[in-house]
Design a protein around this ligand. Structure first.
Ligand code: PAF
Length: 240
């Protein structure tokens, strides 16, 4: 059984009552369509905390493409079952008005790294991510929050935001979970055609090949990928 918390007031009260009992709180923010990658975060949160809450909210402010937002999968009942089996006791399931009573008048903006890599190709994306994560942290007040390394830039920015605003939360990175053929698990993978799905693992294979970034980009383009960027950061080769 997982508690369904439909709004910020209910989620806040639920988490406060855990805190009053002296329970540590692990938090896994998601947009739903949970896969094994998300569930690995929930399992880790359950191993390291007394209580675990997930949030499921497809956050419109981080999308610059309305089709991408409209087509994001939303299998809520399946998600709740999966989150509960992985060890979550509660799920915060807000709607837009609950998260944005201010109509997105207030937002968190980072002016340097968020403009690079992913941010250079998705206008306003990280403003939306950082703002929603700040709001979710404000409601849940977790001791620990878990983020996948698949979204490496997001992880760095959330971690830096927590430090910049003296948030009392530990932001913890969790390794990428991959399909058997190397493709990183992602909620969006279900939207690949059969042919795209067959070719997708080549992307990871080339990024991990150890070749110079320029060569990787050329090889990806030759293999038919549209490449936003291939760049080396923090000892990793990142690409989209
Ligand atoms: O990584 C995600 O799923 C989202 O960017 C997040 C952190 C839940 C914020 O909407």
């Amino acid at each position: 059984m997982i508690a369904r918390l439909a709004n910020a007031a209910a989620a806040r009260e639920h988490c406060r009552s855990w805190a009053r009992e002296g329970r540590s709180i692990g938090f896994v923010p998601t947009m739903g369509a949970l896969h094994a990658g998300h569930l690995s975060l929930v399992e880790r949160a359950a191993a390291e905390n007394d209580r675990v809450i997930v949030s499921i909210f497809v956050n419109p402010t981080q999308y610059d493409d309305p089709d991408d937002l409209a087509n994001y999968p939303r299998p809520l009942e399946r998600d709740l079952e999966a989150a509960a089996s992985a060890g979550a006791q509660a799920a915060y399931l807000p709607d837009f008005d609950d998260v944005y009573p201010d109509g997105y008048r207030f937002r968190v903006t980072e002016n340097a790294f968020s403009r690079e890599l992913e941010g250079a190709h998705r206008a306003g994306h990280f403003d939306g991510v950082l703002t929603v994560v700040m709001k979710l942290f404000g409601v849940v007040r977790p001791d620990r929050a878990y983020f996948g390394e698949k979204d490496w830039q997001q992880l760095q920015l959330v971690r830096d935001m927590a430090a910049a605003f003296f948030l009392d939360v530990e932001v913890l990175p969790c390794p990428v979970v991959r399909e058997a053929d190397g493709l990183a698990m992602s909620s969006r993978n279900v939207r690949l055609s059969e042919e795209e799905r067959r070719r997708a693992p080549e992307f990871h294979r080339l990024l991990a090949s150890g070749r110079p970034e320029g060569d990787i980009r050329s090889a990806l383009e030759a293999a038919g990928f549209g490449v936003d960027y291939v760049e080396r950061r923090g000892g990793r080769v990142l690409g989209a």
